[in-house]
Design a protein around this ligand. Structure first.
Ligand code: ADP
Ligand code: MG
Ligand code: ZN
Length: 645
């Protein structure tokens, strides 16, 4: 379908033209002035070499000379046979300042003088002082006029970027989107309406005008919007919220106008606004430090106006996507605007398998590849991550000249996506390697005894990514959406397992546990301040659950009395400390096993699957573990830690 660019006929403001025009005239005048000044400084006389001049002086032919620092103008004596001839005047340029010249001239009876003071001097002085500020003010005024004129003036910028927003038909079908069945079911209605609106209009039903797709990045929101257009076979108009935000106030609003103008001509169609949050942040919610954002407000207002200005049954349906629905201006969610929200969440295990299937159809898979297993190993992956995973695996296979993508390629790809690239080149000293090995086995051993954390799949001491010298992969059997109190304690203890192993074996600690400690503390703090899990503080939220978008400039904690703040800190510290003690107790109880597994790991670098399970199976849980998991309390006296010799 042909699409016309619709340049809304805005007129250029005359003011702009005037200023621009006068600036141009001014510069032209300056140029002409320059041209006029330079010749008058005397280049219409013949130029002769300096040596010729000296020769003529010495031959007694020169009558008079005007000697300037850069130029010498001289007149020859009239030729003896034709005295009435007009005097012949020449100019010459001295090679350097010739100090002998006055002497030579005097000796040859030449009348000489300095040039009269430059009567154009004042002009250049005046120009020198006046022109630069004039140019400056000219440009300034010109820029100012572009902004002050509001919308239309700035359009000179918007128009140059005039674009066709339509991507035509997308060719994407619902089959290309997997794992989001609820969202697809909801959108099916929109598709049906676009295909045949009469069914709805006859009965007087109003289809939602705007549908907001909400979900984390990479879950397929953009893809879904395209699929709706593809399924219905209508044109797809798209623009991203951040594209609306321009340097010049009014451009965004003009673009919105443009977009809707184009869309209305192509109805039925889909208008898709990606990253709506970039544009639709609550108005007036701006931090006083940033100042108001006129551009965004104008654009948003224009969008609201446009949305109100047409009838949904005209066939234009607006889809928008955001991963921050919390910051959206309430006006956007009013009825007849984006009044329907569809959540596009990260896929569950079955969903992940379906998405893998969609993307794996384009690559050659080995017989042994079990997508269900891969899905189980990738909790938390969004659609985009899975698409990326399949591609990574295919790249790996191609690099190693495999005829098809194998399970090993997938496993390596998963590690890459989770932990980064392998860094075989990073050579650790023996003592470092040993520290890393014990550290990781410490995580694995503690983790294997904790509830709800799943099985420890893999331990590795091959450095990866930016900071990881080793890593432990522990995967839950099922996707988890809630964490129980005891599981949080278990998780904190697992995180501190690495540090505990270092303490137990080496009697001193390394910097390797920094990240673990950070995570453990965060989790403990959240369980106290956000999940209300502290007995003494109760179910009170001490933290604002939704950080504001000027995050960082404001304390995310509610205002609490110093006493309560102290209490929070103590609770957090207690929680972490106890988990730490429990981790040490577990490792102490299983010290032989710890050493045994660490030796194997040092030898093979990677320990995984059944072999690892076999080892971890013999770990013994200390008697006080269950108690601690349930109550968070430790028996009065824990056996004192004895560093190994
Ligand atoms: P979002 O807009 O939610 O950030 P996208 O729609 O841009 O995510 O997804 C990026 C890519 O990831 C898609 O082009 C597609 O290849 C893949 N993808 C994401 N979600 C899915 C899904 N549910 N099914 C199939 N592929 C998906
Ligand atoms: Mg997107
Ligand atoms: Zn660690």
């Amino acid at each position: 379908m042909a699409v016309e660019t619709n340049n809304t006929p805005f007129q250029k403001p005359p003011k702009l033209k005037q200023i621009g025009g006068s600036l141009l005239t001014f510069i032209t005048i300056l140029l002409l002035l320059n041209l006029a000044i330079i010749p008058s400084l005397g280049s219409h006389y013949r130029d002769v070499p300096y040596s010729d001049f000296i020769e003529q002086v010495e031959a007694g032919k020169v009558e008079r000379a005007i000697v300037g620092p850069e130029r010498i103008q001289y007149t020859l004596k009239p030729a003896p046979n034709s005295p009435s001839e007009p005097p012949r005047v020449f100019v010459t340029t001295p090679v350097t300042i010739d100090l002998d010249l006055p002497k030579i001239l005097r000796e040859n009876d030449v009348e000489f003088a300095a040039p009269p003071p430059d009567n154009l001097g004042w002009l250049s002085t005046v120009l020198g002082w006046i022109v630069p500020p004039l140019i400056f003010f000219g440009i300034w005024g010109w820029l100012l006029s572009r902004n002050q004129g509001g919308g239309p003036a700035a359009l000179t910028v918007g128009q140059s970027k005039a674009r066709i927003y339509s991507e035509g038909s997308t060719g994407i079908k619902f089959d290309d989107v997997a794992g989001v069945d609820e969202a697809k079911a909801e959108l099916q209605e929109v598709v049906e309406f676009l295909r045949d609106s009469s069914r709805y209009t006859q009965i007087g039903a109003k289809i939602p005008k705007g549908v907001l797709l909400v979900g984390p990045p990479g879950t397929g929101k953009t893809l879904l919007a395209k699929a709706v257009a593809g399924e219905a076979g209508v044109p797809f108009f798209s623009i991203s919220g951040s594209e609306f935000i321009e340097l010049f106030v009014g451009v965004g609003a003009a673009r919105v106008r443009d977009l809707f103008e184009q869309a209305k001509q192509q109805a039925p169609c889909i208008v898709f606004i990606d990253e709506l949050d970039a544009l639709g942040k609550s108005r007036g919610g701006n931090s006083p430090f940033i100042g108001g954002n006129d551009e965004r407000e104008q654009t948003l207002n224009q969008l609201l106006t446009e949305m109100d200005g047409f009838d949904a049954n005209s066939g234009v349906i607006i889809l928008a996507a955001t991963n921050r629905p919390d910051v959206l201006d309430p006006a956007l969610r009013r009825p007849r605007r984006f009044d329907r929200q569809i959540v596009v969440d990260r896929p569950d295990k079955i969903g992940r398998e379906a998405i893998l299937q969609v993307h794996a159809q384009y690559v050659k898979l080995a017989e042994e590849v079990d997508l269900a297993k891969i899905a189980a190993r990738t909790p938390g992956f969004a659609g985009a991550d899975l698409a990326n995973l399949v591609n990574e695996a295919a790249l790996l296979a191609a690099r190693q000249h495999h005829p098809a993508v194998t399970m090993a390629d997938f496993n390596e790809a998963i590690d890459r996506v989770i932990a980064g690239l392998e860094k075989k080149s990073r050579v650790l000293s023996d003592i470092e390697k040993k520290t890393v090995a014990y550290h990781e086995v410490g995580h694995a051993l503690v983790g294997s005894l904790m509830p709800g954390a799943g099985t420890v799949e893999k331990i590795s001491v091959v450095p990866r990514g930016v900071g990881a010298l080793g890593y432990t992969v522990q995967l839950p059997e099922d996707d988890r959406f809630l964490m129980m109190e005891d599981e949080i304690r278990g998780r904190i203890a697992t995180l501190l397992g690495g540090r505990s192993a270092e303490e137990l074996i080496f009697g001193k600690v390394s910097t390797g546990a920094g990240d673990d400690i950070q995570k453990a503390t965060d989790l403990a703090e959240r369980s106290v301040t956000l999940y209300g899990m502290s007995k003494s503080l109760g179910a009170i939220a001490f933290e604002k659950s939704q950080p504001q978008f000027w995050e960082g400039w404001q304390n995310p904690r509610r205002s609490v009395s110093p006493k309560v703040a102290e209490e929070i800190d103590r609770e957090v510290k207690d929680m972490v400390d106890r988990a730490h003690q429990m981790a040490r107790l577990i490792l102490q109880t299983n010290q032989t096993l710890l050493e045994q597994i660490a030796e194997i790991l040092l030898h093979q670098e990677i320990l995984e699957g059944a072999e690892l399970q076999e080892q971890l199976k013999s770990a013994i849980a200390p008697a006080s573990l269950q108690d601690w998991l349930q109550t968070g309390k430790l028996p009065q006296e824990l056996p004192q830690l004895q560093p190994a010799a």
